[in-house]
Design a protein around this ligand. Structure first.
Ligand SMILES: Cc1cc2nc3c(=O)[nH]c(=O)nc-3n(C[C@H](O)[C@H](O)[C@H](O)COP(=O)(O)O)c2cc1C
Length: 142
């Protein structure tokens, strides 16, 4: 099992129908490719963060395709590596819209008005991206 977490910046503000369209395609394709994961959209700074997990070659193939998508740019892989088991076994692609207050509380920051997700998760400490994903996952499961 292999996973990639990346951050990117939407090329324009995403409205709910844009997100629905991305998720519809993703879920259809990911089911076939046995990919699972979670997509996060942070409207505050128009950023995406996504975790994709599955068989290594399938994950790289998907990442290549996602990387060519004109709906986002500045794609930064913040974590990749092997893992023992899936974190999102039941989600062909989960979705979470991240609010500034949630980012602030997870990061322990007072003011996130200037904070981009990439500033927080792209610090070179790869555990940060995983920790944020885990926290969001736990909050969604409640
Ligand atoms: C932020 C973002 C996340 C995406 N995630 C996935 C995904 O998990 N799986 C997927 O198949 N496509 C995903 N896509 C869509 C792909 O980039 C691509 O448009 C889609 O797979 C359709 O490819 P096709 O037109 O070659 O069939 C994502 C797109 C964006 C902008």
């Amino acid at each position: 099992m292999f996973e990639i977490i990346y951050c990117s910046v939407a090329t324009r503000v995403m409205d709910p129908s844009d997100i629905t369209s991305i998720l519809r395609t993703s879920r259809r394709h990911n089911q076939r490719a046995e990919i699972t994961g979670m997509l996060v959209y942070y409207g505050h700074s128009q950023e995406f963060m996504q975790l994709i997990e599955g068989e290594e070659s399938a994950v790289h193939r998907l990442m290549d395709r996602i990387g060519r998508d004109a709906r986002h740019q500045s794609i930064n892989i913040v974590h990749q590596g092997a893992k023992a088991e899936r974190s999102f076994p039941d989600w062909s692609m989960g979705y979470c819209e991240l609010q500034p207050s949630t980012l602030a509380s997870i990061c322990g920051l007072k003011d996130v008005s200037e904070t981009k997700m990439i500033d927080y998760v792209g610090t070179g400490k790869r555990s940060v991206a995983k920790r944020l994903m885990d926290s969001l996952h736990q909050q969604m499961a409640k």
